[in-house]
Design a protein around this ligand. Structure first.
Ligand code: NAD
Length: 500
């Protein structure tokens, strides 16, 4: 391994090697080989990034909307032209198939396109003549230095949920990506710099808990956005808030797909297979529980099982692969253990991913797709977020049972319903506890100009990411009351000012 294979930070517009002496291995999940190392930041290295971002804020925070918009548009063009490069890096470190990696880059790009409209997004309101010769209006201003801490499963899209809007709004940004697939962030930072972003506006600090804890404690960091697992999201929320920071922390998920007896079962089966096994189930919006309502369960389960026979599993770089490996061996083994536990708990393992020939093979972190029927809510396979290619089927008698089941779950990220009945769909949309609802859509990830986020243990804080909520999160409102009179009316008034 040469110095080129040791991933660095990006601070103040330059790559910068870590001196901490601490490293983490980066794997190619398709071969199991360690392909790179990433240097993990010390407290001093985080401080260096914050100080670069503070200096950059002095000018970027005062730059015009026109200047910022131009840089955003140029970044969008570079990303459009080089999306394949980002996707290839993602496949090489995360393992997901190339088309899936490209899909996440494009969804991240949608947020960049949304942020290109920052001039309209920051328009505020003015009330003329609220009192004699007095107008009141509000302005939205950047917070200063803000930070993002992101998970392994979307190494480009999740950072792009955050930094394009934060930077367009005039903030400077520190990104702490996942140490498991850190390269995509560096490439995005280099592209943004090439687009003309001044040094220090966007910094990438590679690291682990040491870096995260420094971000949470650093007094100059005004806001923290986090996406990752629930226990860490809760920790981030509590720690950042107790240090006086604005914080949004998105956590884990267990997304249910309810299929009513009147649904198009072929459409439902296609959707369930795509949403459960795409990206090897390592999506926070993956469907992990299928709720079969009434008498359709046997037919639906048969249709799903027959589609699974055609699923092609292999390295993400092979264009014929539809599902790649899992991110690490430890994670793959943890996911596989749930298939055993489901069997022990009395569920019916209809398709066992451990029987796939690549599971036992040397090298990559592969596991076949699994389908588990007759799951009940007391089983670990139902209760825990597995984050792998395992679909549980829970059978319920009627629609109200289905709603009760979904609403009793600790997570509330996404939920989907498949039906031909508009009234049932509308009832689901109104009654279900989830931040994002799909109607005949299994993965209802909203477009960039709407916001993304869940409820309950899937989101700590009150703000979703991107859309208007993202703009709001990264800006602070100031209300201005201004009197411009042609002549000052003389006199002192000690009473509380009344509008007249
Ligand atoms: P993770 O929680 O292990 O890591 C997320 C980030 O937190 C990483 O940058 C990591 O370095 C850091 N981190 C890990 N342990 C830490 C600790 N003890 N203290 C401080 N920081 C720590 O999550 P992951 O495994 O990378 O990602 C998968 C998880 O993310 C799943 O639970 C998934 O549901 C969730 N996720 C949620 C959403 C959403 O929108 N709700 C989106 C994507 C992923």
């Amino acid at each position: 391994m040469t110095d080129r294979d040791i991933l660095q930070h990006f601070i103040g517009g330059k790559l910068r090697a870590s001196n901490s002496g601490r490293f983490s291995e980066v794997f190619d999940p398709a071969t199991g080989a360690v392909t790179k190392m990433v240097g993990l930041a010390s407290i001093e290295e985080v401080d260096e990034a914050v100080s670069a971002a503070e200096t950059a804020f002095e000018t970027w925070g005062d730059s015009s909307l026109a200047q910022r918009t131009k840089v955003l548009f140029r970044f969008r063009e570079i990303l459009e032209a080089r999306a394949d490069e980002v996707a290839r890096l993602i496949t090489s470190e995360h393992g997901k198939v190339f088309s899936d990696a490209l899909g996440e880059v494009r969804r991240g790009q949608e947020v960049v396109e949304f942020a290109c409209g920052i001039s309209s997004l920051l328009k505020s309101s003015l009330s003329d003549q609220v009192s004699r010769e007095v107008d009141t209006y509000s302005i939205r201003q950047p917070l200063g230095v803000v930070a993002g801490i992101t998970p392994f499963n979307f190494p480009s899209m999740v950072p792009m949920w955050m930094f394009p809007i934060a930077i367009a709004a005039g903030n400077t940004f520190i990104l702490k990506p996942s140490e498991r697939d850190p390269s995509a962030s560096l490439l995005l930072a280099e592209m943004f710099a090439e687009a003309g972003l001044p040094d220090g506006v966007f910094n990438v600090v590679q690291g682990d808990k040491v870096a995260v804890d420094r971000i949470l404690a650093h007094p100059a960091i005004r806001a923290v956005s986090f996406v990752g697992s629930t226990p860490i999201a809760k920790y981030i929320y509590e720690t950042a808030a107790s240090n006086g920071k604005r914080v949004q922390a998105l956590g884990g998920a267990k997304n249910h797909m309810v299929v009513l007896p009147d649904a198009d079962l072929d459409h439902a089966a296609d959707s369930a297979v795509s949403a459960a096994y795409g990206s090897a189930g390592e999506r926070c919006m993956a469907i992990s529980v299928l709720v079969a309502v009434g008498g359709i369960a046997d037919e639906l389960v048969d249709k799903i099982a027959s589609r699974m026979k055609g699923l092609k599993i292999g390295p993400g770089v092979d264009p014929s692969s539809e599902m790649g490996p899992l991110v690490t061996r430890v994670h793959r083994d943890r996911v596989a253990s749930y298939i055993g536990s489901a069997n022990d708990d009395g569920a019916t393992v209809l398709v066992d991913g451990r029987e796939h020939p690549l599971y036992g093979a040397e090298g990559g972190f592969f596991l076949g797709a699994s389908l588990v029927d007759n799951v009940t809510t007391d089983m670990a396979v139902y209760k825990d977020e597995i984050f792998g290619p395992v679909l549980s089927v829970v059978r319920v008698d009627d629609f109200d049972d289905a709603i009760r089941l979904v609403n009793s779950n600790q997570y509330a990220n996404g939920a989907a319903i498949f039906t031909r009945n508009g009234g049932a769909a509308r009832k689901f949309q109104r009654k279900i506890s989830a931040g994002m609802v799909g109607i005949n859509v299994p993965i209802p990830v909203p477009v960039a100009y709407y916001s993304f986020g869940g409820a309950k243990d899937s989101l700590f804080g009150d703000s979703h990411v991107h859309g208007d909520e993202g703009v709001k999160f990264y800006t602070r409102v100031k209300a201005v009351t201004a009197r411009w009179a042609e002549e000052h009316i003389a006199g002192v008034d000690y009473g509380f000012p009344q509008n007249q």
